[in-house]
Structure formats: structure tokens, C-alpha cells
Design a protein around this ligand. Structure first.
Ligand code: MG
Length: 381
């Protein structure tokens, strides 16, 4: 027998739960980004009865087509195993680490999660190789940056709502992504929530690229013990456990690396917050960067990243895939510029607004690796 569903009217009266503002006042630090201080959206919308502005931002990103396509976009490695990170799993790991840091510092986790889930939404196929190829193709037409393209996607290209193009995100979230386009750190500094996402992104790729590179056999953990940061983490692991299998040792060292880097960022932030005693988000704006590694760990991180650049990102197997992807994108750029009728109507409609080269660049940037290969085979193979 079907059970009758009561026709609930929201909000229930009297309201049985904390309001968003009550909840934030109870949890957040005074210098956090409060929903009540949001400057709203460029197109005015009525407030949602039980979701705050940044929760709605987060939901809009998760439900966007560009977000789903991250599942078939390269992070660093492509088509080599079923283990390595994709752009989507990288994004989820950034969100996870960013929320951990944000929660410890009593910041607005909903905003942090929204920005973390959005931060790489503008990545073209084939990772940074694809971005470099598109930047070259568009060098006389304004260039290409995945951070800037994320803003184009959420402001113009996604069509999911009646009445306006884009996702109509809050001004704070758009401003947060805009600081990723121009990373000059002079005051006014971005809110701590924005700084957290940047720090978490860096911790995330250092850790997962180490994990993926060893698992894929491009380097060994033994090779990497020459790097002080990896050596420290391996020693910490060995102090607690012995005779781990190589596979488990790799994973445990990577967990230790994340914990070490997050702990260092938190210690550094707590020290700075204790010294400057910010009482509001305006105090944060005047202060400069707070969420960053300590100087010592920043140096250790640089050594790890230089190693990854030399031994992993420039590994012949990776370079081969990278070059093939770039060649494909360059050919497709020229081909689609010469034959705009190959593009779907929505992309042809962009030509009037942004010109043919950029409309083609946007179309290519939106492709997954798989769709890009498919379109390449259709027109060029
Ligand atoms: Mg990222």
C-alpha cells in the first residue's frame, strides 16, 4: 500500500532547526566569510529557504556539465592504468584537504568546498599540455588560461537556468576564482577560505603525483628517499611500523606526506592568527598571505616539485603522450577554424560574441580527453 507523503511546507513554523546565520555564528571564527555578508549574485534571486548562498554555489557546480566532464580529463597521467588520478578525483581530493584545513581554522567550509570543486572546471583535455597548446593557438587572441576559462564557463557557457546564462554564482565565489587568475599577493588579500583552496591544491598534487608516479613505475620510493620531505615522512612511518609491503609503504608515506603538509600549514596559520588577532574579514584583507607552508617546508616542497618536474612530468613516456595530445589539439584548432560548421550550434553562436578563434578554443577546452580523441578520429584520422 502506498504511504501518503505529507505535503510539507518549508520553512516549518515554528522553525525547528538553527538558521544558517545561527549555525555560522556558533561555528565560524570572526574573520571567516559569513553568508550574511554575501554581496549576492549579479542577477538577483530570492534566498533559498534552507540552503545558504555558498551551499547553492556548490550545488550548482556539482550539477554542471563542465564538472561532470572532469571525470574524463587528464590530471597528469592518461590511459596508462585505472589507478591514477583524473581531473575529477584530483578536484575531490583538493576539496577534502581544503575542508580539513578550513574546519580546523573555523572557516566557511561551504564556500571552501564550492571553490575547490570549481577551481579546475576550466581545464581543457590533456591537462597542462592541453592548456599550453591552446594558449599557443590563441596567443594572438587573448591567450588561454584554465583559471580564466573556469570563469567563462560559470558566467557564460553553462546553460542550466531559465532567465540567465551561466550559474549566477555569488560575487565572493567569482572573486575567489579571479584571484587564481591573477596570483599577485599584495593587499587586499583574498579571504582565508580562498587561500585555503590554493594551499590544498598544492598539497594535493604534490601527494598524489608522488603516489601515481611510484605506482606507475616512473620512479621508485627508493629514488625518492633522496628528497628530504619524502625521507622525513618515510622515517616517521618506519618509527611506527616495520615490514610493510612496498605497495602499502608507498600509500602510508603519501598519507604521512599529506598529514605533514597540512599540519605545517595549520601551525603556520595559527601562529600568524595569534600574532595578528584578526577580528573580521577586513583585517584579513589587509594582512597578506596567512595560509601557506612555513619557510622551511616551502623549501622542502620546492625540492619535491623540482624532482617531480624533472623525473615525472618530463619522463619520456609522459612527454610522448603530452606531445601527441598537443599535436591533436593544434590540428583540431586549425581544422575547426577552417570548418566552423563542424562545431555544434551553441559554439557557432559564440563566434559573434568572442570571434572564431576563441569560439573554437572554448569548444576544444570543453572536450573530455575521450570526446577529443573521437572528434579527432572523425575529422582528421
Ligand atoms: Mg588543481
Amino acid at each position: 500500500m502506498t504511504k501518503e507523503i505529507p505535503n510539507l511546507k518549508w520553512p516549518l513554523k515554528p522553525h525547528p532547526f538553527m538558521t544558517i546565520d545561527e549555525r555560522e555564528q556558533a561555528i565560524l571564527a570572526p574573520y571567516a566569510l559569513f553568508s550574511r555578508d554575501s554581496q549576492g549574485r549579479f542577477r538577483a534571486e530570492t534566498e533559498h529557504p534552507y540552503r545558504g548562498p555558498y551551499q547553492r554555489d556548490r550545488d550548482r557546480i556539482v550539477h554542471s556539465g563542465a564538472f561532470r566532464r572532469l571525470s574524463d580529463k587528464t590530471q597528469v597521467f592518461s590511459d596508462v592504468s585505472d589507478y591514477h588520478r583524473t581531473r575529477l578525483t584530483h578536484t575531490m581530493e583538493v576539496a577534502s584537504i581544503a575542508r580539513t584545513i578550513g574546519r580546523a581554522l573555523r572557516l566557511n567550509e561551504e564556500f571552501i568546498e564550492a571553490l575547490a570543486l570549481m577551481h579546475d572546471i576550466g581545464h581543457p583535455p590533456f591537462g597542462h599540455a592541453g592548456e599550453d597548446a591552446l594558449a599557443k593557438c590563441l596567443k594572438d587572441h587573448g591567450g588561454f588560461s584554465h583559471n580564466q576559462h573556469a570563469l567563462t564557463i560559470v558566467e557564460e557557457l553553462e546553460e542550466r537556468y531559465a532567465g540567465f546564462p551561466g550559474l549566477n554564482l555569488t560575487r565572493e565565489l567569482l572573486a575567489g576564482q579571479a584571484t587564481r587568475v591573477d596570483k599577485s599577493q599584495s593587499p587586499p588579500s583574498p579571504p582565508l577560505e580562498v587561500q585555503v583552496v590554493d594551499a590544498a591544491d598544492s598539497i594535493t598534487y604534490d601527494a598524489h603525483d608522488t603516489d601515481d608516479a611510484i605506482q606507475l613505475g616512473l620512479v621508485t620510493l627508493n629514488d625518492m628517499l633522496s628528497i628530504p620531505l619524502i625521507k622525513t615522512c618515510a622515517e616517521r612511518v618506519c618509527d611506527r611500523a616495520d615490514s610493510l609491503s612496498p605497495s602499502l609503504m608507498r600509500k602510508v608515506v603519501v598519507h604521512e606526506l599529506i598529514d605533514y603538509l597540512v599540519g605545517d600549514v595549520l601551525t603556520t596559520a595559527e601562529l600568524q592568527l595569534a600574532q595578528s588577532q584578526p577580528a573580521s574579514i577586513d583585517d584579513i584583507r589587509q594582512h597578506g598571505l596567512i595560509i601557506k607552508p612555513s619557510e622551511a617546508v616551502a623549501g622542502e616542497k620546492r625540492t619535491l616539485e623540482e624532482y617531480l618536474y624533472r623525473s615525472v612530468y618530463r619522463h619520456p613516456d609522459i612527454v610522448r603522450v603530452r606531445t601527441a595530445g598537443q599535436d591533436r589539439l593544434r590540428q583540431m584548432f586549425d581544422g575547426f577554424c577552417g570548418n566552423p560548421e563542424w562545431m555544434p550550434q551553441a559554439s557557432r553562436d559564440r563566434i559573434d560574441a568572442v570571434g572564431l578563434p576563441r569560439a573554437v578554443g572554448e569548444y576544444l577546452a570543453g572536450m573530455t580527453d575521450g570526446f577529443c580523441q573521437q572528434e579527432y578520429s572523425r575529422h582528421f584520422a
